[in-house]
Design a protein around this ligand. Structure first.
Ligand code: SF4
Ligand code: SF4
Length: 446
């Protein structure tokens, strides 16, 4: 609203903005404007009042019939991008220590390459590159692969090298977690500044071991990974467990969720969530409805136990940072020193660490907003959605499938009703408060 200002009232026919979701709770109608992120509840009996209508026009819930809603969102996003005060230089580096891996998951999108480890010579150039790009800022490193621990000496080398040059850094890792042990966890904590690890599980013991199909000779990989998760947590390293779910394993994932809820019920440094496999795009509509419903149910259960208690119901403005490929601050560094834009693709390249030049046009083409006239124009989620044009998963991304759009809208409406029931005040909606429609004394009706 600070950016938009109040919409002038004109003698015109008005209609609801495409991005206003409505639902009802008790004797109130709740409106959530996904453009301004303001939510307001109105007594049903007052909906027709001139004061409310004026409020709705001034605060962009109603717009003239011929209004271009989408253009307004695009303009807002452009201004938000200009106002974004985060550093513009590259200071986040997703480093592929190798493209090789000790697992053989059937769904893996990466082209595994044996013998593709980053060498120490390249690692030494990587340190120089990071120092030059970061320009004195602290940096964020994500260790990626293949399996990054397959070539952990290079992690040691880069971390030590950055420390020796006085580069402030913290790091994160995407790993299957199998190769950790107590020594490595200690090193990760003290030398890699490792703050968190994302580990994927596909089911309880037997299913996990079958899907991962490790080439390393380890008796019970599931048990080993579980112990490593506990070791990481003990060392105060956060663990994010991603549960890949598809028709092949949905029963086992339900068992696994129950198991993990019990096993980690006292743990606060853990996040557990289910995620659909990309193959969900090929499911029938019925299968999609079933699968998204189950994902929703599982994630709700997991959130209740492990979700951040202080998390806001809704963010206060439209989202403006989506994935590494939508900004200009993050690059990938491949084992051979090539610089890329997206960790899901190793063949879209911007340049390399040796010449230090980046192809701006590739970045622009890749990072452009993915847009489908028939789906995105009428989609109420448009203000909070930004899927980059080059994303290899763009068709499977949450939101791009109409079944999931409907489920997301349903989830938002549930949150709206919950928020309305909770009754406490909500910062960032001063204008709604001024309307003076509070239900009980001292309570803001939002
Ligand atoms: S473009 Fe897609 S695959 Fe690549 S980083 Fe972004 S979300 Fe991930
Ligand atoms: S959720 Fe899908 S349909 Fe909606 S705006 Fe985003 S990409 Fe378009």
């Amino acid at each position: 609203m600070g950016m938009l200002g109040k919409q002038p009232i004109m003698k015109k026919a008005y209609r609801p903005l495409t991005y206003v979701l409505t639902t009802e709770e008790a004797d109130k109608k709740i409106f959530f404007n996904l453009l301004t992120h303001e939510m307001i509840a109105i007594d049903l009996g007052e909906l027709e009042s001139p004061e409310i209508r004026r409020y709705f026009i001034e605060n962009w819930y109603l717009v003239p019939k011929e209004h271009d809603d989408q253009q307004l969102v695009d303009e807002c996003r452009a201004v938000l991008t200009l106002m974004d005060s985060r550093p513009k230089n590259i200071h986040a580096f997703h480093i592929f220590t190798t493209l090789d891996c000790n697992a053989r998951c059937f769904y893996c999108f990466e082209k595994r390459m044996a013998g593709s480890n980053m060498t120490m010579e390249t690692a030494s150039q990587v340190i120089e590159y990071i120092e030059e790009q970061a320009k004195g800022d602290s940096v964020y490193i994500e260790w990626f692969g293949g399996e990054p621990l397959f070539n952990y000496p290079v992690i040691d080398y880069i971390a030590d090298g950055m420390r020796a040059r006085g580069i402030q850094f913290k790091s994160y890792m995407v790993s299957n977690g199998l190769l950790f042990d107590s020594t490595l966890i200690g090193i990760a904590n003290n030398r890699w500044n490792l703050e968190g690890v994302q580990i994927t599980l596909d089911g309880t013991g037997e299913v996990y071991n079958r899907v991962k199909a490790y080439v390393t000779d380890i008796t019970d990989p599931f048990e080993r990974v579980l112990q490593n998760i506990k070791g990481l947590l003990k060392a105060d390293i956060k663990v994010s467990i991603r549960l890949n779910m598809g028709l092949y394993n949905y029963r086992e994932i339900q068992d696994l969720v129950d198991f993990l809820c019990e096993e980690f019920k006292e743990e606060r440094n853990i996040k557990i969530y289910t995620s659909p496999l990309i193959e969900i795009t090929n499911y029938t509509n019925d299968e999609k409805v079933f699968m998204y419903g189950l994902l929703n149910e599982m994630n709700g259960k997991l959130k209740t136990l492990f979700g951040k208690k202080d998390k806001k119901f809704f963010s206060e403005q439209i989202a403006n940072n989506f994935c590494m490929a939508s900004g200009r601050e993050t690059v990938t560094i491949l084992p051979d020193g090539k610089v890329g834009i997206c960790e899901g693709l190793t063949d879209v390249l911007l340049g390399d660490i040796y010449t230090k030049e980046l192809d701006v046009k590739v970045r622009e083409d890749f990072g452009r907003r993915f847009y489908r006239e028939d789906k995105c124009r009428p989609c109420p989620l448009y203000p909070d959605c930004y899927i980059v044009n080059g994303c290899p998963n763009k068709d499977a991304k949450e939101g791009c499938d109409s079944v999931d759009v409907q489920l997301q809208i349903k989830r938002i409406k549930e949150k709206m009703r919950l928020r309305s029931r909770s009754g406490s005040s909500w910062d960032g909606v001063g204008s709604a408060r001024q309307l003076g429609k509070a239900g009980e004394e001292g309570e803001t009706e939002i």
